[in-house]
Write a protein that binds this ligand. Structure first.
Ligand SMILES: [Zn+2]
Length: 465
């Protein structure tokens, strides 16, 4: 039964009805769901989300069309029954039945004979990929429109054409899927992926399926090894409006969100790109930045809004300020095909992604979350510089040369005022190098770990007292 939560509605899976044991592979889910017409509020979006809810225990939040979410409003449900372009003698040139991208998402209905000039103003092509159909959406700035290859557009030589676009706008509910993996603490790390790109894969289904698989791993880990420290929350939603709808209906959760990671475009063949948050000195930024290279040596970092813009904007925005980074495989700056060649086109299909890349990205995310769990304040039990030889502390430089060289620099930052990520950031070294040293110090009872700052510096007398 739906239950009331704020103004939105929430529907939880009944665990008795769902075994969550389907355990479909990431590529299996992509093959099942990619061709659905997953427009932001649509029947196929719902189908995809409910299918994903068979894989993990998911709560589905619903927000009604027309509902105000901060400065935004939830759009109507949109359905396209038919969209065609024909010559006046009935030769069909474009048909949305052949590919969902042939019609602009949220196109207004239109039927009539139009001049070639008028048609060209409404017929979209891909600027970089002439042989593909572009993905064009007009969710708010509405108009009618069709999409085609450049060849179809170039062949339009007649004076007039017949256009039929039968679409409907009706009240519906925008849906957000939420998977919660409870931790010892309410403090939460948020993973976000959007599901609203019809008949495309790398952008955006790859982020969704990696998120689902990461959630599955975290749930299994919780069962086998006990709860994580942090609570993890995976949100699967329509881009932008989904994040705004969820956040505006769950404001009480925002103070507990200490970090987050947005996931998309992770199936193509580029190194991992980690985009920082609006607050580059946050613990989330320092931790994830310092761990990337040990998870993908080719991986690169980019500042906020320099790699790709997505839902992380809503989390980083004023009044929210959750430091959310984003992980993708966007091509490095300077690449003419950035973010990737098939972006927002009909060529973004299952053939351009591989299960190996998805698995590699999943391992990168899990590695980042392992570091996040370990990122604590390092509190010294010792005073003065440690008598290393007396403690038998020796790091094999053949195994970990960086750790060996940095041992003393790391130890001097173990003062209860710096986390592992702080130390890695200050010394411009990897999280892993610092972690190996402080874990060794902990094994010798020279340091302990604290979730909150625990300064050990003595209070100094003020001059004259
Ligand atoms: Zn996109």
């Amino acid at each position: 039964m739906p239950k009331e939560k704020g103004k939105g509605m929430t529907r939880e899976n009944d665990p008795l009805q769902h075994s969550f044991s389907k355990n479909t592979s990431m590529m299996g889910l992509i093959n099942e769901l990619w061709y659905l017409k997953r427009d932001i509020v649509s029947d196929d979006f719902d189908r995809a989300l409910y299918r994903l809810a068979e894989e993990v225990p998911m709560t589905i939040h619903e927000y009604a069309s027309g509902e105000t979410c901060w400065t935004w409003r939830v759009p109507e449900k949109w359905t396209c029954q038919e969209a065609t372009l024909e010559t006046l003698d009935g030769h069909r040139l474009v048909d949305a039945a052949d590919h969902p991208l042939h019609v602009v998402s949220y196109s207004l209905p239109f039927e009539g004979v139009v001049s070639r000039t008028e048609l060209l103003a409404h017929l979209h092509v891909h600027s970089k990929r002439p042989e593909a159909i572009p993905f064009v959406f007009k969710y708010y700035d509405r108009n009618w429109g069709l999409c085609a290859t450049q060849a179809v557009r170039d062949a339009l030589t007649e004076e007039s054409y017949r256009v039929v676009i039968r679409t409907s706008f009706e009240p519906g509910t925008l849906k957000v899927g939420e998977v919660v993996i409870p931790g010892q603490s309410d403090e939460c790390f948020v993973l976000v992926a959007h599901l609203c790109h019809p008949a495309m894969v790398n952008d955006d289904l790859t982020g969704v399926v990696v998120g689902i698989d990461v959630a599955r791993e975290l749930l299994a880990l919780s069962q086998s090894q006990g709860q994580t420290y942090y609570t993890y929350r995976l949100l699967i939603l329509p881009e932008t409006i989904g994040s705004v709808a969820y956040l505006s209906h769950n404001e009480e959760l925002i103070p507990g969100m200490s970090g987050g990671l947005f996931l998309e475009m992770v199936g193509n063949d580029s190194p991992h790109a980690l985009q920082g948050s609006f607050e580059p000195n946050s613990q989330a930024d320092r931790c994830l930045n310092s761990v990337l290279k040990s998870l993908d040596p080719q991986g690169y970092l980019g500042e906020y809004r320099t790699v790709i813009n997505n839902d992380e904007r809503q989390f980083n925005a004023p009044g929210v300020r959750v430091p959310m980074l984003s992980l993708s495989r966007v091509e490095p700056p300077g690449s003419p095909t950035r973010p990737y060649p098939e972006y927002h086109s009909s060529d973004d299909n299952p053939g351009i992604v591989t299960s190996e890349r998805l698995e590699a990205t999943k391992q990168v995310v899990l590695g980042m979350l392992r570091a996040w769990e370990n990122n604590q304040y390092v509190v010294n039990q010792f005073k003065g510089e440690v008598f290393c030889s007396g403690y038998g502390i020796w790091i094999d430089y053949r195994v970990n040369p960086e750790g060996h060289r940095l041992l003393f620099r790391i130890m001097e930052h173990c003062d209860g005022e710096h986390t592992v990520a702080d130390i890695a950031s200050i010394l411009q070294t990897s999280f892993q190098s610092v972690w190996e040293v402080v874990a060794l110090l902990q094994s010798k009872d020279l340091v302990w770990f604290s979730r909150t700052p625990h300064p050990t510096r003595p209070r100094k007398r003020q001059a004259g007292l």
